[in-house]
Design a protein around this ligand. Structure first.
Ligand code: CP3
Length: 345
């Protein structure tokens, strides 16, 4: 269906587009009153993730309410870790009651069958495809092994990554053993999403930017390459690879096998295009804080980003990181309208 192919998929593969597609990381979330209402019905965040009907409902909310061009399935990067034996809760941000600190902790992790332990992800994808038809493409996602490892080793969110850093540098063999297991789990989990209808897939390596390039190449890069090499749907299901604070890693990121590289807001889109724009498409990268400004300022910044890319295909508009829960939805709507208005070819 190549001329009817969704704008998002065409942009990801640099095929001709009539304008730039737009979606937003964390677009299904607490900044929407409708999300907060559905989440209340579900009882808890994990309860919402495990309820395919309600999770599909919140996934579709930003399509109807904000006008984005794609639906990202509602879930979290950390939920598949429950299937490996991690005891996850979200009482006050993500927490693991059994953090990974020793070789035997790593040995105890199992490689799950996603159709058993992440069945609700298969169901939500099927439900989204059925409900949406040709209206909008569905994006699946997973956390990349290092980003998952950082949560598992720290036991939750972290600013310093002290335990993760000492594990990887003091005992690189343990770091590798953990990364190998997470890589295998992630390949199975992403292929399960592709088999169940995900039309684009994003690998979130949010924290891999803590490493200098030399160490990123040693600890992280080979595993990410292995994931992309192991995925089904090459050439039809675009793969996006995102790092927050990964501008020093762009040349490496472009060699992982990803079709699209996700930029945070500190990278310059024009510079990134000059560096890797001939190899991959780029996604991003409005500063999420701009959404707290007046709508005319939002429009100005949108135009500035669109101009940095120019009129070629190969740009997917997004924020440089997830949208904050305090953002006024009208401001996000203004951003989406500005992209649609000013990117027409
Ligand atoms: O993008 C979407 O709309 C799809 C859903 C999605 C969520 N998390 C929902 C969520 C996606 C793609 C994620 C990815 C995710 N989760 C990442 C990678 C992207 C990034 O932000 O860098 C990471 C690191 C996580 C881990 C995570 N999940 C954290 C640190 C938190 C707490 C943050 C907070 O704002 O409280 C979560 C919880 C979470 N995941 C929420 C949502 C909507 C908020 C939970 C709630 O409703 O109470």
């Amino acid at each position: 269906m190549s001329e009817n192919e969704h704008l998002l998929i065409r942009a990801a593969f640099k095929k001709p587009v009539e304008r730039t597609p737009v979606w937003v990381m964390r677009q299904a979330g607490r900044y929407l009153a409708e999300y907060r209402e559905t989440r209340k019905q579900a009882g808890s965040f994990l309860g919402l993730c495990r309820n395919p009907e309600l999770a599909a409902e919140v996934s579709i909310q930003p399509l109807d309410l904000v006008g984005v061009d794609a639906v990202i399935m509602f879930s979290d990067i950390l939920t598949p870790l429950e299937g490996m034996g991690m005891d996850l809760n979200f009482d006050n941000g993500p927490k693991f009651n059994n953090p990974i600190r020793t070789s035997s902790d790593i040995d105890a992790l199992t490689i799950p069958d996603p159709s058993e332990t992440s069945w609700y992800v298969g169901e939500i994808l099927n439900l989204l495809r059925k409900t949406l038809g040709e209206r909008a493409p569905v994006i699946g996602f997973a956390g990349a092994p290092f980003t998952l490892a950082s949560y598992m080793v720290e036991g939750g969110s972290s600013k310093l990554f002290s335990k993760t850093t000492s594990l990887f540098y003091n005992t690189p063999e343990l770091g590798k053993k953990l990364m190998d297991k997470l890589t295998e789990m992630t390949i199975n989990y992403m292929n399960y999403q592709i088999e169940n209808g995900a039309q684009m897939i994003q690998l979130f390596d949010t924290w891999a930017g803590i490493f200098p390039a030399e160490d990123y190449r040693k600890f992280v890069f080979p595993h990410v390459c292995k994931i992309f090499a192991g995925l089904k749907g090459k050439g039809t299901v675009p793969r996006v690879y995102y790092i927050n604070g990964g501008h020093h890693l762009l040349a490496d990121m472009a060699k992982t096998g990803a079709d699209v590289i996700g930029l945070d807001w500190k990278a310059d889109l024009g510079d990134a295009k000059a560096l890797i724009g001939d190899k991959v498409a780029l996604q991003g990268n409005l500063n999420p804080n701009i959404l707290f400004c007046d709508v005319d300022k939002i429009e100005e910044r949108v135009i500035s980003i669109l101009n940095k890319w120019g009129k070629d295909s190969g740009h997917i508009f997004n924020l440089g990181h997830g949208i904050d829960k305090e953002v006024n939805p009208d401001h996000l709507r203004a951003m989406v309208q500005a992209v649609k208005k000013h990117s027409v070819r």
